[in-house]
Design a protein around this ligand. Structure first.
Ligand code: ADP
Length: 274
């Protein structure tokens, strides 16, 4: 039930008998309208997301200028806050550029046959410290033989985003498990956590840009709100799909499906979902 938008164009027809006739054609511009709306929303979200850390940076700079710079107890702390907010802005801009490159089809996925277990191992190594800080176990249950068709760097990027989330939204002492299943026409890669899970009304929306269940918490943890949108677009650029399921109170499972033996293709332009 979406409202459809039409544009009517009318052209007079020349008839020898002198009859007056015209041809009218309805153009369905629903998609164009939707594109425009999505673009507007995105711009306003981006502006807001950038403005928040910038406001904080300016406030702390002013406080320093007004004398706090000579306060040995606070000046370092204030600089730390400024740095944290500047880093958040940089991460956000990096993610926006990344997403826009994938969406405009400027990202070519170079598909080859890659060893999944060793990619998961690399992702775990990069995030090991972060996991250890909260006593979270990282478990690689992918078999040594598991080969998938993917762009190795892009697959690593997707898994990094998912494992990073699985750590961030886990409980202390929890576990993150990566598994692999070979299905009839695709490989299924699963990232499972023991976190608080995601309620059904949020589950259907978390792959949208800037959608977060808890905005303050996501920001606090340095999240940009774009990680899952990037995962989804990268999966589609592989001809695959990304999805999630969850049991609230027990944990969530994020799934990447990659076709077996598909050719590389550019990211499709699909603004209708994420
Ligand atoms: P970010 O993590 O930067 O907020 P993402 O696009 O990666 O942005 O995720 C969007 C939102 O989805 C998160 O803010 C969080 O609410 C929810 N989410 C993602 N992964 C998980 C997870 N493993 N467990 C619970 N919630 C999650």
């Amino acid at each position: 039930g979406e409202r459809r938008v039409f544009d009517l164009r009318v052209a007079p027809l020349q008839r020898p008998e002198g009859a007056r006739e015209a041809l009218g054609v309805f153009f369905d511009i629903t998609r164009l309208e939707r594109l425009e709306r999505v673009r507007q929303e995105f711009l306003s979200n981006v502006s807001h997301e950038l403005r928040t850390p910038l406001t904080s940076i300016l406030a702390f700079v002013e406080t320093l200028e007004e004398g706090a710079i000579d306060d040995p107890l606070n000046n370092r702390r204030f600089l730390g806050v400024i740095r944290k907010n500047a880093e958040r802005m940089r991460n956000l801009i990096d993610d926006i550029l990344e997403l826009s490159a994938i969406e405009s089809g400027n990202v070519r996925v170079e598909i080859s046959t890659v060893n999944l277990r060793s990619i998961v191992q690399e992702v775990f190594a990069a995030l090991a410290r972060q996991a250890a800080l909260r006593d979270i176990e990282l478990r690689n249950e992918v078999s040594e033989q598991a080969m998938v068709r993917a762009d190795a760097r892009r697959l690593e990027q997707m898994l990094t985003n998912l494992v990073d989330n699985a750590i961030k939204f886990n409980r202390d002492g929890g576990r993150v498990t990566v598994r692999h299943e070979r299905c009839a026409d695709h490989d299924r890669i699963m990232v499972e956590d023991t976190g608080e899970g995601i309620a059904p009304e949020h589950l259907s929306r978390i792959f949208e840009r800037f959608y977060r269940v808890d905005r303050a918490r996501s920001r606090e943890q340095g999240g940009t709100g774009l990680g899952l949108a990037i995962v989804k677009h990268l999966a589609r650029a592989h001809g695959g799909e990304a999805s999630a399921s969850s049991i609230p109170g027990q944990g969530s499972t994020f799934i990447i499906e990659l076709p077996i033996g598909s050719e590389a293709r550019n990211a499709e332009r699909d603004d209708s979902r994420a």
